[in-house]
Ligand binder design. Structure first.
Ligand code: MD3
Ligand code: FE
Length: 203
């Protein structure tokens, strides 16, 4: 357990290179239909350094008005593409008891992008875990406890790694400090993709 969080399960190398390439192809088709966009912070309008898209019936968005889940792409209004079968299979494997995921947030980190310490609390239920898949360059991931202040630990997430955040880890503070350039050959131009599968509504 990291920071005494028994609900955090780390699965290094869950996806082998072939499976990573397969997932990448599916993400390319998702972002062809639902283009990556640059979200902004509520109130301030400050842009995120991470670009985002989604698949699934619901997608997580952030704009000047707030954070929320919605059925359509913020720029095109189109429904999000379906969650690929391989990601539904991942969810069934690692969270067999949980109701099916409704949202898969696609985060794209160009070299230099980061994500500040935050909690994921825009969902209507925290009973289901969040499952994270990392692809491309290695990132330094930081996880703390249930309060913003207090001890944190950091560890590296490599291409193909999966993390399940359930139980007491579900509301832990976490963020991405940095993406380490040149650590993967999966993405031709470097950078990192993170996928997070989420249950949004109460089953
Ligand atoms: C720990 N994404 O999209 S994934 C996010 O790598 C997000 O893009 C990061 O934080 C990324 O919200 C981290 C790992 C992760 C995801 C959800 C968590 C860790 C978590 C929820 C609770 C605790
Ligand atoms: Fe998060």
């Amino acid at each position: 357990p990291i920071n005494g969080l028994t609900g955090l399960a780390y699965h290094p190398g869950y996806f082998d290179r072939t499976a990573q390439e397969h997932l990448l192809e599916q993400i390319r088709s998702i972002v062809a239909a639902a283009p990556l966009y640059q979200p902004v912070m509520p109130k301030t309008g400050k842009p995120f350094s991470v670009k985002m898209s989604n698949c699934g019936p619901l997608g997580w968005v952030s704009d000047i008005n707030g954070y929320r889940y919605q059925e359509g792409h913020p720029a095109t209004g189109d429904a999000w593409p379906e969650i690929p079968e391989s990601l539904l299979a991942l969810w069934s494997d690692l969270a067999p008891e949980a109701p099916r995921p409704e949202a898969c947030l696609v985060n794209f980190y160009e070299p230099g992008a980061k994500m500040g310490l935050h909690q994921d609390r825009d969902e209507q239920t925290f009973a289901a875990p969040v499952i994270s898949v990392s692809l491309g360059d290695t990132a330094t991931f930081r996880v703390g406890g249930l309060k913003r202040t207090g001890p944190t630990r950091s560890f590296r997430l490599q291409s193909g790694d999966v993390v399940v955040l359930g139980g007491d880890a579900r509301l832990a503070y976490h963020g991405i400090d940095r993406v380490l350039k040149g650590t993967s050959t999966l993405l031709k131009n470097g950078g990192r993709i993170n996928l997070t599968l989420r249950r949004v509504t109460k089953p």
